[in-house]
Design a protein around this ligand. Structure first.
Ligand code: CUA
Length: 320
């Protein structure tokens, strides 16, 4: 969050540094005054002790009350009330100003993001594109996000791009993101949502506008027909073993929505919401034993022969 990649994050980072500087300054000043008070107190005590030993015990009297502060009562009013009031007022004004700057701006693109245990569903209502665990946005323009949840409360946090916004089961929250330049940013679920909360990551990929348009175009096209025999067998395995009941692939009979949509799966960067890079080896391991890689996730174990697994991986990687 201290390396902002967009205007919203820059606003937050600036305010963060300002607060750290002000609070740091106040801390140092208070500690210095405390040290001075302790020093002065021990000096007075030393003086008192030596005076006592010289005098008779019968003339022992309480020491004279010391003044409230050697700097006078005015210092207490200024340092204890006026300066804190001024500092808090400045912080309040700057915080409200930042809050106003963080309000969602006008945007041409709206994306729906639904939080699931423990993955992200991403839908582009204007084009009908559905994907998962990856948010493709055009760089240099604000994108409006409609956030909700399918089960429990989640929270979307892309530290380089904006602050956190919760995803609630019964309400749509509006958030927005803008990336100054193309790049890949990591977002993370920021509200404890269950055993795999920590492994609920979202990749935000900001593309130059023309590449974004090209991506949008390709993503609306259907995945290619299986080109090889193993891929065709893989597709059979996909439908025979019931993968399609949870994982949709656009333009096919696979319409399940319980798990991540797998249309154009081969072009994804990661598997299992950011747990491992999307490679055939990792995909094989994931399907063979989903609970080994991400214990507690909702993907069931599917009994497959080695051949079936190879064919299924082949088919899924061909979806690009
Ligand atoms: Cu989803 Cu934490």
């Amino acid at each position: 969050m201290l390396h902002p990649g967009g205007s919203a994050a820059a606003e937050i980072a600036w305010l963060t540094w300002f607060l750290i500087a002000v609070c740091g300054g106040v801390f140092v000043a208070v500690m210095a005054l405390t040290a001075a008070a302790v020093w002065r107190r021990s000096e007075t005590a030393d003086a008192g002790e030596s005076a006592e030993s010289a005098a008779d015990s019968e003339s022992r009297k309480p020491p004279p009350a010391s003044p409230v502060s050697p700097l006078g009562a005015g210092f207490i009013i200024v340092a204890g009330a006026v300066i804190p009031a001024l500092i808090l007022t400045v912080i309040l004004v700057l915080s409200v100003k930042a809050q106003v700057a963080l309000a969602p701006p006008e945007s041409d693109i709206t994306i729906r993001v639904v939080g699931h245990q423990f993955w992200w569903e991403v839908e582009y209502p204007e084009t009908g594109i559905v994907t998962a665990n990856e948010l493709i946005i055009p760089a240099g323009e604000p994108v409006r996000l409609e956030l909700s949840a399918a089960d429990v409360i989640h929270s979307l946090w892309a530290p380089n791009l904006n602050g956190k916004t919760d995803l609630l089961p019964d309400k749509v929250n509006i958030a927005w993101l803008e990336s100054d330049s193309p790049g890949v940013y990591r977002a993370q679920c920021a509200e404890y949502c269950g055993v795999q909360h920590a492994l609920m990551a979202l990749r935000i990929v900001a593309l130059p506008r023309d590449e974004y348009d090209a991506w949008s175009e390709t993503s609306q096209a259907s995945d290619p027909e299986p080109a090889t025999e193993p891929q065709r067998r893989g597709r059979d395995v996909y439908f025979r073993t019931g993968c399609h009941n949870c994982h949709a692939i656009a333009h096919t009979a696979a319409t399940g929505r319980r798990g991540p949509d797998l249309t154009h799966f081969g072009s994804r960067l990661t598997i299992a919401a950011g747990v491992v890079p999307n490679t055939p080896e990792n995909l094989r391991e994931w399907i063979a034993n989903p609970q080994g890689m991400k214990p507690g996730n909702l993907m069931p174990h599917t009994e497959l022969t080695r051949d079936e697994l190879d064919a299924l991986v082949d088919y899924l990687m061909s979806l690009d």
